[in-house]
Design a protein. Structure first.
Length: 93
């Protein structure tokens, strides 16, 4: 039996049900394709925000470490004079 003859013999109710199911499947596919790109974009934006926050935290940490190194360098530049003053008895221990 050929397909057009079989389709013509189906009742109107079955034809409408098949049409509704086909439209529903197409609608679900189209909506999933549209929303997948939106969701993917949202996930990427969230990831970029997290990375930016992490980078800001790391930058603040490195800034603190840089300040500590500068202060240590200043202390080390001052330390020989301090040692000489203690050894000379100018400063009591």
């Amino acid at each position: 039996m050929r397909l057009p003859n079989m389709f013509n013999r189906l009742s109107l109710n079955l034809k409408l049900n098949a049409l509704v199911i086909a439209v529903f499947v197409i609608l679900v596919l189209v909506l999933s394709l549209l929303t997948s790109s939106i969701v993917r974009g949202l996930i990427l934006n969230y990831g970029q925000l997290q990375l930016r926050e992490e980078a800001d935290l790391l930058q603040a940490h490195f800034d603190d470490q840089e300040e500590n190194i500068i202060n240590a360098g200043r202390f080390l530049a001052f330390a020989p004079g301090l040692v000489d003053a203690v050894e000379a008895g100018d400063i009591n221990q």
